[in-house]
Ligand binder design. Structure first.
Ligand code: FAD
Length: 389
């Protein structure tokens, strides 16, 4: 009879937790450590909302992964009872007529070819259906009813409870300070208290902290700070679907995207742009000039929000790879070590399917997506299709 295989996972965000659950279900003995309490407040996965879309320009692989994830979110919602994924639809706006090669045009074309039913919008349709927008600024775009947002922090809380219930050993406030190497093999980790935790394999899923823990990855990935702003609206219903769903405003050129208001009137805005490099443990302050950029966007495109009270700001970190693709592979020089990171600001939507992807990589099982995320040499920087350069 096969001995139970053991795995030690460093990092209990989306990557570490979904992998822990999947590998536990595949019979592994899994221990999961996180430097903070879970969900950790500075983790990328911990937020009030994340966009769930399969709109990926001409990138059919991520469209397919997005479609599979959408089905997974519905399964999770049924399992959880109270839905944490809200299929409010995704509003995609363009500041000029959509052109071939552009994110909006290619998303519309590819999704339509795959059978999605999208509604094309000009300024007058925008004004009629989504009245909050300065419609004259957005002469083209579309509405995709399949897509929306997930309450990411609550999803993480659900997943960690499930992991514990299914026998994953979860150790909170236990950091990994370094790997234990026996000969050339990684056989465990050392904690700040000097405790040694050992396993057959170690999976590092430490998000933006990954290149700090594994410096050899620094040419290929780094931590990028992205401001997130929460405004307060008086009448939340006026800022919710169907009149105000999740949106992207000329995102591939400007980075702007945002969410409907929560029941308490919190309305989140963010930018999927270049961001700025930030050491993961540095202060997470949003700068006044960054806040001013958000205000300028609101004055221009959502004038009714231009003076909305600012309720909260947060600097959240991407683990950016040079090509915007995730990083999932065994370490070529350090047997016993596996890495799953490199979210590049767009992985949360794939949570329902990510665990199986990482588990296939851990078990070296064939997976259609694994080749794209395999260990690779740094090349010229390219960004994910919706990312503003
Ligand atoms: C501003 C912002 C907006 C985003 N919006 C979206 C969106 O709309 N849609 C979408 O799909 N995706 C979005 N993303 C991306 C998404 O949040 C990430 O893809 C995902 O959360 C990454 O998960 P992770 O597990 O890799 O990292 P994290 O969630 O950061 O988890 C890493 C964990 O590792 C732990 N850790 C780190 N170092 C150590 C150590 N030494 N020892 C022990 N534990 C350690 C940390 O405590 C942390 O809990 C966004 C990200 C950001 C930053």
């Amino acid at each position: 009879m096969n001995a139970t295989r053991s795995l030690l996972i460093v990092g209990a965000g989306e990557f570490g937790l979904t992998a822990a659950l999947e590998l536990r279900r595949r019979g592994w003995a899994v221990t999961l450590v996180d430097a903070g309490t879970i969900p950790r407040d500075t983790a990328a996965s911990t937020d009030i909302s994340k966009v769930v879309r399969c709109d990926y320009g001409a990138d059919e692989q991520h469209i397919a992964l997005g479609e599979a994830a959408l089905a997974g979110w519905h399964v999770w919602n049924r399992q959880w009872g109270a839905p944490l994924y809200h299929e409010d639809g995704f509003l995609v706006l363009a500041r000029e007529a959509m052109k071939p090669g552009g994110f909006e045009h290619e998303s519309l074309a590819k999704l339509t070819a795959r059978g999605h039913r999208l509604e094309r919008l000009d300024s007058s349709a925008l004004r009629k259906n989504f009245p909050a927008w300065a419609a004259e600024k957005y002469p083209d775009g579309y509405f995709n009813p399949r897509g929306g947002w997930a309450e990411s922090g609550k999803v993480i809380a659900r997943l960690v409870a499930q992991a514990k219930a299914e026998g994953v050993i979860v150790r909170e406030s236990v950091a990994c300070v370094r790997m234990i190497e026996s000969g050339s093999r990684v056989t465990g980790i050392v904690t700040p208290a000097g405790e040694e935790l050992r396993a057959e394999l170690v999976l590092v899923a430490a998000g933006a902290w990954t290149p700090t823990l594994l410096p050899e990855l620094q040419p290929m990935m780094w931590a990028t700070g992205q401001p997130v702003l929460h405004f307060q609206v008086d009448d939340p219903r006026a800022w919710q679907a169907p009149r105000f769903p999740v949106w992207a405003a000329d995102i591939a050129r400007t980075g702007w995207y945002g969410f409907p208001a929560l029941a308490d009137g919190t309305l989140k805005l963010a930018n999927h742009g270049p961001g700025r490099r930030v050491p993961p443990d540095a202060p997470r302050d949003v700068l006044p000039e960054e806040i001013e950029k958000f205000r300028a966007f609101l004055r221009d495109s959502l004038p009714a929000l231009a003076d909305a009270p600012l309720r909260h700001t947060r600097l959240c970190l991407y683990c950016d790879t040079f090509d915007g693709a995730f990083w999932m592979d065994h370490h070529p020089q350090r047997p016993g070590l596996v890495v799953a990171a490199g979210d590049s600001g767009h992985a949360f939507k794939f949570a329902p399917v990510l665990g199986a992807l990482i588990a296939d990589v851990v078990e070296k099982k064939p997976n259609a997506f694994a080749a794209r995320y395999a260990w690779r040499e740094p090349k010229a920087k390219v960004a994910e299709s919706a990312r503003a350069k």
